[in-house]
Structures are given as C-alpha cells and as structure tokens.
Design a protein. Structure first.
Length: 264
C-alpha cells in the first residue's frame, strides 16, 4: 500500500486534515455551532465550482468563499429573527450556484463527484505544502485565541463583562472553521464534511474530557477515522469517504455507550 506515492500522499493529507479538524471541531461542537461547518461546506461548494469554471484551483475558490462566509456569519447577530431561515436559503442558493457552475464545466465530468464526495486519492504531492501551511496557520491561530474563546464559549456574559470582544472572536473562529472545512472537503467532500469536523469532537466531548485533552482526543479520533478509512478502502475497493463516515458514526456511538455506562 505504501509503495504507491498517491497512497503516501493521501495518508499525509489525512493527517493534516485531522490535525486541524480535531481541535477546531472541538470548539465548534462546544459552542453549539456544528451547523456552521455544514453551511460553510455548501457555500464553499459554490466557490469551488466557480473557481474551476474560471480555470483556478478548486481549493482556492472553496477556501475563499468559506472564509468570507464564515466571517459574515460571525458578524451576524444570533438574535436576528429568521436567521436560520436565511441560512437555509443561502445554502440552497449556494448548492444551486455550484450545480450551475458544474453544468458549464464540460471539460471535467468528474469534478462534481470530487467536490461532493471528496477525492483524497487524487490529491497531488504539491498540494501537501499548501495543506501543511494552512494546517499550521490554523492551529497557531487557534492556540492564540483558545483561552478567550474557551471563556467566551462557557460563560459568554461574564466574558463580555470582562471586556472580551465576543463578536470579533466569533468572526475569527468561523474564519478558521471555513479553512478547516476547505481542508476537510478534500477528503470527505462537501456532503460528508460533518464526518471529520464534528463526529470526533462530539465523541470527545461526550466522554467528558477537559479542553486540552479533549482536543488531543478529537484529533486522535479524526486521525483514526481518516487513516482507518483509507486502509479499509484499500482492502475493500470501496470509497474512502464511505469508510470514514462509517467509522465516525461508530466512534460516536461507542462514545455514547461509554458515557451511558458511566451514567453521564
């Protein structure tokens, strides 16, 4: 398996994605913003389709549209009436726009499949440099804002009274979520972006780990799902995204069972 360069590249890409999705997803679930990753993936799909139509890399279009949309979501107030309805309409419009772009993308019939369901085995070795830079940048930024972000997530009213800028934190964090979503989409695709972003983090939080250990466990579980999916895909000749999604569901179910047995 490791004799092939595309498999080695896939394993490195999976590691980088898990390295980001673990800690970012932990905060995402803690803050009750799991739907944000799903929303950003749909908006990113439209951006990726437009980028491909204009002859640009899909990751560039996906990342830019997801980051800009994440910042816009962070600036929107949670108290706006009908916000969920507006997000739903934007998601529908984004998917429709992405489908329109792919309709005119006649030179690449497999582009829709790669965007929607991921294409981890098709990641080029040169892309690893970009993924690595994004991963390191995301984790460093998250580390800088982790203390006030944790404070704002657990006690927002007290944090605001202490002078923490909740709106700025939300904007910066959702921008990071946009980057992490773009990275995750390379592996699981737009439709399964929940798999690496939310499932490991939700399992870690369900088990009751503290912040630091919880993020490490979320990363370990995401890595297990990504690498396990690749190995099972190699053995079964089924898509890696299917196995990653299956492992993610199994891990979360096991975490729920353990928490239930503990009486949590």
């Amino acid at each position: 398996m490791f004799a092939y360069e595309f498999m080695r590249t896939a394993f490195v890409a999976a590691f980088l994605a898990a390295f980001v999705c673990g800690p970012v997803g932990w905060f995402l679930v803690l803050r009750g913003q799991s739907f944000a990753s799903h929303a950003l993936s749909h908006v990113g799909f439209a951006g990726a389709g437009a980028a491909l139509l204009w002859g640009q890399p899909a990751l560039l279009g996906f990342g830019l549209s997801a980051v800009i949309s994440g910042m816009g979501m962070g600036m929107a107030s949670d108290r706006v009436i009908g916000r969920d309805v507006m997000i739903g309409l934007v998601l529908s419009l984004a998917m429709g726009t992405g489908a329109l772009c792919l309709h005119f993308l006649t030179r690449s019939a497999g582009a829709a499949t790669a965007l929607l369901f991921g294409d981890i085995l098709g990641i080029s070795p040169s892309s690893l440099y970009w993924l690595g830079a994004l991963a390191i940048g995301c984790v460093v930024c998250l580390g800088v804002m982790s203390r006030p972000l944790l404070f704002a997530s657990l006690q927002p009213d007290v944090a605001e009274a202490k002078g923490v800028n909740l709106r700025l934190l939300d904007v910066l964090f959702l921008a990071l979520v946009g980057i992490a979503t773009a990275m995750c989409s390379q592996i699981t695709g737009v439709l399964l972006v929940f798999t690496l972003m939310v499932a490991p983090a939700a399992a870690s939080l369900r088990l009751g780990f503290g912040p630091m250990l919880g993020m490490v466990v979320a990363f370990a579980l995401a890595l297990f799902e990504a690498w396990g999916g690749l190995c099972l895909s190699w053995l079964s000749d089924c898509p890696a995204s299917f196995w990653i999604a299956l492992l993610g569901s199994a891990v979360f179910a096991a975490a729920n069972l353990v928490a239930h047995l503990r009486g949590r």
